[in-house]
Design a binder for this molecule. Sequence first.
Ligand code: NDP
Length: 449
Amino acid sequence: MSPAMDEKIEPIYQSVIARNPGETEFHQAVKEVLETLGPVLVKNPEFAHYKIIERICEPERQIIFRVPWVDTHGKVQINRGFRVEFNSALGPYKGGLRFHPSVYLGIVKFLGFEQIFKNALTGLPIGGGKGGSDFDPKGKTDGDIMRFCQSFMTELYRHIGEHTDVPAGDIGVGGREIGFMFGMYKRITNQWEAGVLTGKGLNWGGSLVRTEATGYGATFFVDEMLKVRKDSFDGKTCVVSGSGNVAIYTIEKIHQLGGKVVACSDSAGYIYDANGIDLALVQQIKEVERRRISAYADERKSAKYVAGGNIWEVPCQVAMPSATQNEINGKDAATLVKNGCIAVGEGANMPTTPEGVKVFLEAGIAYGPGKAANAGGVATSALEMQQNACRDSWDFEYTENRLQKIMENIHRDCYNTAEEYGAPGNYVVGANIAGFIKVSRAMLAMGVV
Ligand code: NDP
């Protein structure tokens, strides 16, 4: 279980709430980390002296901007753009862009805050940041998407750069959007600066395995947790929420490792296929035709579609939430445990509410929090930056091996840190403390900046 918040840290948390009113997701992400840091201050009093926690909770820079554009019907549209450059102690700010109508400063800050520790855990030289817009890509034409991306980049370009801030994709931002944004950046700056964005196309600076990386990485992380318990994916029934980038490649890797995924979803409902999800069909529907997941049940008679249903009621041994934040509440977590779930790996960011996390930790199941389990995406983005820096491109097998090694190292680091701090098997404690210490040591070395 997470220890209660230390009395020296509680006022810092209260000050975060007071200084950032209404940003509930940000408060939640900060609380989850701060609750685990008490023992770190006991071992490292210099962190308190130099106000490392207070500094980490305050973004280095927050940018909010207007994004005006003209839609297919000639109507003027106005969205809001965000980039929060949270922490650059370990490298240039790095983190994705999210396009979704729910995006506001509190979501961008929760994601940026988590990103600091996640990026530190990869062991690669990347700081933490995040951005996005309240733009809703659903139902938009390619032309709408392009004009929006171009307008978004017309402001963002002045804040980013390969040594400054390197955005990537997230919800609603994939290869198509990165392409439109890269094109506009190149036009404005007159520079072919590959390292300014990651998730690029394979024939113009992208890296093999980047598309698959978050899903593959999360699955490798769960595989490591299972190995500790002398177990494996072989023969396991699995449920993966979402049907976007992370979900698709989680399903692929689980199938490669011998598990069977029987359900996946989108925001309107879930599909259940007792024969195992046919990934090629999901990819055709989601990646090629950009349709809803309900179309799967029209094409596959073994499947049923449950409109508005709760995917966590589908019995499984391994659950991999890969859609969005707070998608598993305390009740869902209890249902999963009751139905025999032994491992949860978070492909999404903060998909489990604090009540849900408590249920998993108390039940003693293997629970891999997002900031560790889904770090494979950003790690492979950093590998894309390495290839860009030396104008090279690596083959699939080599890149996937690098990703797998990185996930093994992250797992080991979290596991050992949890043991060292008296919470064996608690990957929440392990990930938070291991990530925090890496960033804090760098910040200490650089003085008060
Ligand atoms: P995509 O846009 O490719 O897919 C998102 C999926 O989640 C879709 O199926 C979408 O359904 C569903 N979803 C989104 N919002 C909601 C919601 N509010 N309620 C229910 N379902 C929802 O995004 P990604 O796969 O890239 O991202 C998924 C998660 O993984 C996010 O939490 C993201 O932050 C995290 N992540 C992504 C990384 C990456 O490399 N892409 C890296 C690390 C973490 P619908 O189409 O109906 O909206």
